[in-house]
Design a protein around this ligand. Sequence first.
Ligand SMILES: Cc1cc2nc3c(=O)[nH]c(=O)nc-3n(C[C@H](O)[C@H](O)[C@H](O)COP(=O)(O)OP(=O)(O)OC[C@H]3O[C@@H](n4cnc5c(N)ncnc54)[C@H](O)[C@@H]3O)c2cc1C
Length: 623
Amino acid sequence: MSYHAGEYDVAVIGAGHAGCEAALACARLGFKTIIFAINLDTVANLPCNPNIGGTAKGHLVREIDALGGEMGKAADATFIQSRMLNLGKGPAVHSLRVQIDRRAYQAYMKKVLEHQENLDIKQAEITRIHAKDGKVRQVETNVGAVYDVKAAIVATGTFLRGRIIIGDVAYDGGPDGLFAATKLTQSLQELGIELMRFKTGTPARVNARSIDFSKFEQQKGDDEIVPFSFETESLGENKAVCYLSYTNEKTHEIIKKNLHRSPLYSGVIEGVGPRYCPSIEDKIVRFADKDRHQIFIEPMGLDTDEMYVQGMSTSLPEDVQLEMYRTIPGMENVHVMRTAYAIEYDCIQPTQLKQSLEFKAVENLYGAGQFNGSSGYEEAAAQGLIAGVNAVRKLQGKEPVILSRSQAYIGVLIDDLVTKGTSEPYRMMTARAEHRLLLRQDNADLRLTPLGYEIGLISKERYQRFLDMKEKIETEIKRLRKKVLPPSEKVNAFLDKYGSTRLKTGIHMDDLLKRPEMKYAALAEVDEEFPNLPQRIANQVEISIKYEGYIARQQLQAQQAEKLEKRHIPEDIDYFAIDGLRMEARQKLSQIRPSSVGQASRISGVSPADISVLLVYLKVRSP
Ligand SMILES: Cc1cc2nc3c(=O)[nH]c(=O)nc-3n(C[C@H](O)[C@H](O)[C@H](O)COP(=O)(O)OP(=O)(O)OC[C@H]3O[C@@H](n4cnc5c(N)ncnc54)[C@H](O)[C@@H]3O)c2cc1C
């Protein structure tokens, strides 16, 4: 028997990384919001690796923070080890990655939700979404509570018709022993939404007491720790270490001997898994030439002995798992606390979404996170933030926020999903971003904080601090460009010290800094006016000057691309009426209905020749 349970502007279905960001954005923008989860003790759960960030994922976290999202702050508050990856490479791929205390992260995010005005949190399973005249109207729970809503965001992660698979055993379930969401799929299908089956997997959790760590190589955190959030002043110290080891011949033998019992190879698993997070059995088969694979033993938190076996996710039978893990030196007597498993779940083909993440088929219904075909906490949180902002802007009658590919990794992520679709869980990588030198993690606030302020998620005080910081960067860059360092014995002695060419005539400080062997901090030795700037500003000055040429070239490319992004396509266009367009292009364009020529050019099956035909047609139609 259903009953009327209340009215909200926005309902967010799911309190994972996507749902949390979506709900906070809606509530912080003043809209009455309710967020649902199947179990409130797993708000912002980390059902897989206990870390946030990493290559390209760290960029997403910084962008979420720059726009006014929460993940960066949550990671800074609950990290137990921090490392900046790829420091040996250029700044475009420098990426922060932190080990997280899983329980502390959940508690932090739940408290933020609980304290947030305009936001109610509810433990309930949403089983139906009701729409009328093609618009969302209500959501209904498994106990018959019906909520009137103006908009709804689906962020159900890996729960929709979740199915746990371990060897030849399979049963309905969500991650970490939670219930699956078994009914919402049908309701979505009745709304005309198509779903597909994806799969992902996770390794075992083992007890630290049963491991001999003397047989592992310790991996410590960085001495100098930098925060994710641009708002975080000071950070604590590293509180934990990780342990490095490798699989070996015996490990590979056991896996090969039991491949026939692997649900991946026996056909029990139907869902498509992530190519870039392969299971160990997949690695053995795909990289048969490799005689060992790297693994890391990572702490799940400070108040637990549970350890995560990074690099050995599997869905092999439990007995095989134990045999396999016990081949690792130091894990001969390991005790498995949580068995590794694969999970299959329903998600959508994201080409059913507009660039705002609103469904084309149902007005005011949005999708975010793993439900949209992506994989990863950071990818989920980024989509949640944008879906939340856009659900509110739609109710305000404002234009949606659509980040371009030259503005943000979030722009690349969403554009790839809704324009190209995906045939496996989509994971963000730096290689996906054609303008990655512009999209560095260190300048995310310079790219996005003004927009965050305009949206209303960045406070006036924070924005003023940002403007002050920006001004300091620009002032220092201007100063270095203007200042000439005359040749002198002292200067040439300084240059000798750094193995740099001696001066015969004066040199502009910025040109000196462009010398590969020169560091910004070193200039203090020959520059009496050298300001004592915070490290964050010093980094910006150094990168902006050292990579000036490359950045300028990429900005030019981005401007070129932007031109096509600004060439909008009318919503009512009939591609079948355009002479000269190939049939495949007509079909693909009609299915995706891109909003700009730029987006049209990225649809697979639409050729440059088709784009030329389209441009001519648009010119004639609206000169
Ligand atoms: C086994 C496993 C392995 C993974 N491996 C990887 C990996 O290797 N690499 C990687 O990048 N990512 C991996 N992930 C993915 C990662 O967990 C997710 O990407 C991330 O958590 C997605 O965030 P989300 O917010 O979309 O969904 P989730 O974090 O899954 O949250 C979904 C939320 O929705 C709620 N919910 C679902 N249905 C309903 C309903 N009908 N009514 C009410 N509430 C509902 C749940 O209670 C939960 O709060 C893995 C996940 C799992 C489970």
